[in-house]
Design a protein around this ligand. Structure first.
Ligand SMILES: Nc1ncnc2c1ncn2[C@@H]1O[C@H](COP(=O)(O)OP(=O)(O)OP(=O)(O)O)[C@@H](O)[C@H]1O
Ligand SMILES: [Mg+2]
Length: 383
C-alpha cells in the first residue's frame, strides 16, 4: 500500500496517487496503439508527465511489446544537443527490442545500416552505439527512420515522447525549421513508432502544429489536459482519508479545492502536509497550511510579476482582487478604475491569456491560473 505521503507526490503521480484522467488515459492508449501521433497541451504542472507515465506503465504491463523513450527538451539547447539526446534514446530503445538471451544485433544492423551500429553484450543485455552523422538535421531523420525499421523488424511498437516540444522552435542554432522538417519526414512515414509531443506553451505548440506553413502542420491529434474535475477530486480525497477513524468533512475538502483552484500541484503540496496528522484536517487547519504554502512560494510569484509590463500587472492584480473572477476584463467599465485605455487593456488581457497567467472558467469568468500568485496579490494590495 502506498504511504499517505506517496499519495500526494510533488513529482510524477502514478498508481495510487493518480487521480482520474480516465478519458484521457483511454484516448492516449488508443492513439499510441493505433500509431496516431498526438500533441498534448496542458498548463505547467497540470499533469502531462503523470498522464503519459501512467499510460506507458499500464501499456508496459499489459502489452509487453510497447517500448517507450522520453526526451525532455527543456534541457536541450541546440540542434547538436537534440540530435545527441535523440541518438541516446534510440540506442536505448532499439536495444530493448532484442531478447535478453540473444547474442547478436542482426536485425538492428540492418535497420541502422547507414549509422554504422556497434554492439556490445554484457549481463545487462545488449548495448547499441550509433555513429554521429556528419549532417545533424539529416541525421535526425535517419535515426528516427532507423528506429521505425528496427521496431518493424522486431514486431514491436515504440513510443517516442518529446516533452516540452515547443523548445525545438526556440533552439539557438537557427536550424529549428529544418529540424521540424526532419521530424515531420520521419513521423509521416512511421509505421511502428508513435510520437507524443507534449508541452505547456500553448501558442508556441499551436503554431508548430496548426500553422499551414510549418512542417508539422496537421500531423497529429490534439489533446488538451484541463484540471481534474471537482467531483473526481472529492472522491479521491475521501478515499485517501480512509486512514483516519472519522472521515474528512466536506467543508475541509471544499476548502482544499477552493484555495488550490484544483491545481494538481498545489492540491498535492497542501494535502501532503495535511495528511501527516492523526486526525482529518479541519477547515481551519487547511487554511493555516495554505497560508504557509503561499508564504513559502510567493517569492516565485513575485519574480514572475516583476517581469510583466505595468499594464499587465495592473490588470492581473484587479482580476485577482475580484471575488469569483471577472466576466469582461477588457471592458471599459473594468479598465476605467485602473486608468487603462481599452486598447491597452485588451492587449494586456491577450498577453496574460497567452502566457497563461489568466484563464476563462466554464462559467465565463476570468481568473488567475496560479492560486499562490492570486493570494499573494490579494495580500499585498491594500483592501
Ligand atoms: N492525475 C493526477 N492525480 C494526482 N496528482 C496529479 C495528477 N497529475 C498530476 N498530478 C500532480 O501534479 C503535479 C504536476 O504533475 P506533472 O509533473 O505530471 O505535470 P506536468 O504537466 O508534466 O508538469 P510540467 O509542466 O512541470 O512538466 C505533481 O505534483 C503531480 O503529482
Ligand atoms: Mg512534465
Amino acid at each position: 500500500m502506498a504511504s499517505e505521503l506517496n499519495l500526494f507526490p510533488l513529482g510524477v503521480a502514478t498508481g495510487a496517487a493518480h487521480c482520474n484522467r480516465t478519458v484521457e488515459q483511454a484516448d492516449l492508449k488508443r492513439n499510441i496503439l493505433a500509431g496516431d501521433h498526438t500533441w498534448l497541451w496542458g498548463r505547467r504542472r497540470m499533469g502531462k508527465t503523470s498522464l503519459i507515465e501512467q499510460v506507458t506503465k499500464d501499456l508496459a504491463q499489459s502489452r509487453r511489446n510497447v517500448t517507450t523513450a522520453t526526451i525532455d527538451l527543456l534541457v536541450v539547447h541546440d540542434a547538436e544537443d537534440f540530435a545527441a539526446r535523440l541518438r541516446a534514446a534510440v540506442e536505448r530503445l532499439s536495444a530493448q527490442f532484442v531478447p535478453r538471451n540473444r547474442k547478436s544485433g542482426g536485425k538492428l544492423a540492418e535497420a541502422f545500416s547507414t549509422l554504422k551500429p556497434q554492439f556490445s553484450f554484457s549481463a545487462m543485455g545488449l548495448a547499441v552505439k550509433l555513429a554521429a552523422p556528419a549532417q545533424v538535421v539529416q541525421g535526425v531523420a535517419e535515426l528516427l527512420q532507423g528506429l521505425d525499421r528496427a521496431a518493424a523488424l522486431h514486431s514491436r511498437r515504440a513510443l517516442v515522447v518529446l516533452d516540452e516540444f515547443q523548445q525545438l522552435s526556440q533552439l539557438q542554432s537557427g536550424t529549428q525549421r529544418s529540424l521540424e522538417g526532419a521530424v515531420r519526414h520521419a513521423v509521416e512515414r512511421a509505421q511502428n513508432v508513435t510520437y507524443i509531443f507534449a508541452g505547456s506553451q500553448r501558442h508556441l505548440l499551436a503554431s508548430m502544429f496548426e500553422d499551414e506553413d510549418r512542417p508539422l502542420y496537421r500531423l497529429c491529434r490534439k489533446m488538451t489536459l484541463e484540471r481534474i474535475g471537482g467531483a473526481d477530486y472529492r472522491d479521491f480525497l475521501r478515499q485517501a482519508s480512509a486512514r483516519w477513524p472519522s472521515p474528512i468533512t466536506n467543508a475541509a475538502i471544499d476548502l482544499i479545492l477552493a484555495v488550490t483552484a484544483r491545481h494538481p500541484y498545489y492540491v498535492n503540496a497542501l494535502c501532503a502536509r495535511l495528511w501527516g496528522g492523526k486526525r482529518p484536517p479541519s477547515p481551519a487547519a487547511v487554511k493555516a497550511a495554505w497560508v504557509r504554502i503561499v508564504d513559502e512560494d510567493k517569492r516565485l510569484a513575485a519574480n514572475r510579476l516583476l517581469r510583466l509590463p505595468p499594464s499587465q500587472r495592473a490588470l492581473l492584480k484587479a482580476i485577482a482582487l475580484a471575488a469569483g473572477g471577472v466576466r469582461h476584463p477588457a471592458s471599459l467599465e473594468f479598465l476605467a478604475p485602473l486608468r487603462l485605455p481599452t486598447s491597452t487593456g485588451n492587449r494586456a488581457k491577450e498577453a496574460l491569456e497567452q502566457e497563461d497567467f489568466i484563464r476563462q472558467e466554464d462559467d465565463g469568468h476570468w481568473t488567475l491560473v496560479d492560486p499562490v500568485m492570486a493570494d499573494y496579490l490579494r495580500e499585498i494590495v491594500p483592501k
